[in-house]
Design a protein. Structure first.
Length: 185
């Protein structure tokens, strides 16, 4: 059994069926992903049904202090809200330079960029979850999943602009912005 087999990974499968219709796939930095029409989450694709599969594990908040975590928990609402019919899956890979830094050095870059305060500005309108992929041999280091109501999409785009202007994004060497609309049951 490999480490990957013993850890529960969430799967995001781009292909021909799923709970979400893909409205766009745009590279922000680096290479894009192949075109897919739908996204299935935590599905095992049938043979030939997947164009791509991204996997990651939900984990503890690695760069967040106890007080920051409390601030997030006080403001954030969960995923799966009925009004949140829009979503974004943004896989990110950081550079070798980022990973060569010690944990405290990465935390200092994170703090300089005001990553957490920016995200807090958009809660509870934008719900999010971070999946870690680097330790599982995946092509991206992180998978960021966001859900929001259609009237929050402009706010979400503004949040991304602010985050991408942070010092931390100087270390991103690949990022793909995948936008989605939930399929009505």
């Amino acid at each position: 059994m490999t480490v990957r087999d013993s850890i529960s990974l969430s799967r995001f499968v781009g292909g021909y069926s799923g709970q979400w219709r893909i409205t766009s796939i745009r590279p922000f930095r680096g290479e894009s992903l192949p075109t897919a029409h739908f996204l299935a989450i935590d599905a095992v694709p049938s043979s030939g049904a997947a164009v791509w599969t991204l996997s990651g594990a939900g984990s503890n908040l690695r760069y967040t202090t106890a007080s920051e975590r409390a601030a997030l928990q006080a403001k954030q609402e969960g995923l799966g809200r009925p009004a949140s019919t829009r979503a974004a899956l943004i896989p990110i890979r950081k550079s070798a330079e980022w990973w060569a830094m010690a944990q405290d050095e990465r935390r200092a870059v994170y703090e300089r960029g005001s990553h957490l305060p920016i995200g807090l500005d958009y809660l509870p309108g934008v719900a999010r979850k971070l999946y870690h992929s680097r330790d599982h041999g995946e092509e991206f280091d992180f998978l960021t999943w966001f859900e929001f109501a259609p009237d929050q999409e402009a706010a979400f785009d503004h949040m991304l602009e602010r985050l991408r202007a942070c010092a931390e994004w100087d270390y991103v060497d690949r990022e793909v912005d995948i936008r989605l609309t939930r399929i009505k049951p």
